[in-house]
Design a protein around this ligand. Sequence first.
Ligand SMILES: O=C(O)CCC(=O)C(=O)O
Ligand SMILES: [Fe+2]
Length: 176
Amino acid sequence: MVFESYGVAETHYESHVAATTYLLRPIKYRAPLQGAEDGTSNIGSNIHTDKSFSTLLFQNQINALQVETKNGEWVDVDVPPSAFVFMAGDAYEAWSNGRIYAARHQVLMKEDKQRYTLALFTFNKGITDIPEELVDETHPIQYKPFDNFGLAWYYLSGASSMTHGTAKPYCGINAR
Ligand SMILES: O=C(O)CCC(=O)C(=O)O
Ligand SMILES: [Fe+2]
């Protein structure tokens, strides 16, 4: 759908799918500790952006995900029972030449119940080029061709902020 809406399905979708690899991660979050005083026992996952191309989330009907909007407001994501959450990762942001935003998010546990999430991450193998169709006068090129796993290792090595996006620092043009 996204590739179609940008008019790059014919030229880029097949090669994209051929280069896609998947990682399924089941996650268990414990309920907040009762009586804990440090105020952090409800943190299920710290603020981050995903290092994947895309992420699909399915949860056991316990809401806890919060996403930051572009203007810095944190919103609770109320996920209907049989719905999935689709998130764009740093690689999607770079591939789309910054048109798609990899939102920061976190997991804050509120209910006194365990939470389970199935997270399906997609990553691109090899070097990902920025489609030339997504570069024009109003969208000058912002990212260099990049290696999605290289981006993830860059983050894990501690070379960039743990709480902000990794696309700009890893493969941004004029990155600081
Ligand atoms: O459990 C969730 O809802 C989010 C998990 C997450 O952000 C992640 O694994 O990257
Ligand atoms: Fe995430």
